[in-house]
Design a protein around this ligand. Structure first.
Ligand SMILES: Nc1ncnc2c1ncn2[C@@H]1O[C@H](COP(=O)(O)OP(=O)(O)OP(=O)(O)O)[C@@H](O)[C@H]1O
Ligand SMILES: [Mg+2]
Length: 161
């Protein structure tokens, strides 16, 4: 049976930190569904469709990755895709408390679904979509944090091109 995992998030926008988790996840799973949460963040910079398009652009050629959106309970979505594993990334200790709470809740209400945590790679330990947006909005260099397509989209959003 194909091993499928769901990697959920807001991806507003996708960064090299996310891409690193996906790449490493593909060494464990046959297929990864990158699931963009709809309306999880009301103050998102990119619309859900824009976020999906950026992921598709960055992931093109990678047949084992699919991109989708979801709303409502994550475990319901995961079950609907016939997957059993949720992948999450862990950076600082600050991620842990929140992630632990969600994972506990998910395993209580969705017993057959497992959450797999992957430690951030050393060079991405401080990287988040929020920090990239902040740096970009202040006209800082974001080459090391996001792929060129994402950089361009960010610059456009902030009227910097
Ligand atoms: N640099 C990174 N290293 C490891 N995991 C990461 C990294 N950035 C994000 N993730 C993980 O990716 C998943 C989706 O995260 P999310 O979409 O919230 O991105 P984010 O970078 O945390 O954005 P935001 O700043 O908006 O919270 C989460 O499990 C998160 O922990
Ligand atoms: Mg986050």
């Amino acid at each position: 049976m194909k091993k499928v995992a769901v990697y959920p998030g807001s991806f507003d926008p996708i960064t090299y930190g996310h891409l690193d988790i996906i790449k490493r996840g593909l060494t464990i799973f046959d297929e990864i569904i990158v699931a963009v949460a709809r309306n999880s963040q009301k103050n998102a910079l990119f619309s859900t469709e824009e976020r999906v398009d950026l992921i598709l652009e960055v992931m093109k050629g990678e047949e084992r990755v699919t991109v989708d959106t979801f709303s409502g309970l994550l475990i319901d979505y995961v079950a609907s895709r016939r997957a059993h594993v949720i992948i999450r990334g862990l950076r600082a200790i600050s991620d842990f408390e929140y992630e632990f709470q969600i994972a506990q809740m998910n395993s209580t209400i969705g017993r057959e679904i497992e959450t797999l945590f992957m430690m951030t790679s050393l060079q991405y330990g401080y990287l988040s979509s929020s920090i990239v947006k902040e740096v970009c909005s202040l006209n800082g260099d974001i080459d090391r944090f996001v792929p060129p397509e994402v950089k361009l989209a960010l610059k456009r959003k902030y009227g910097l091109t």
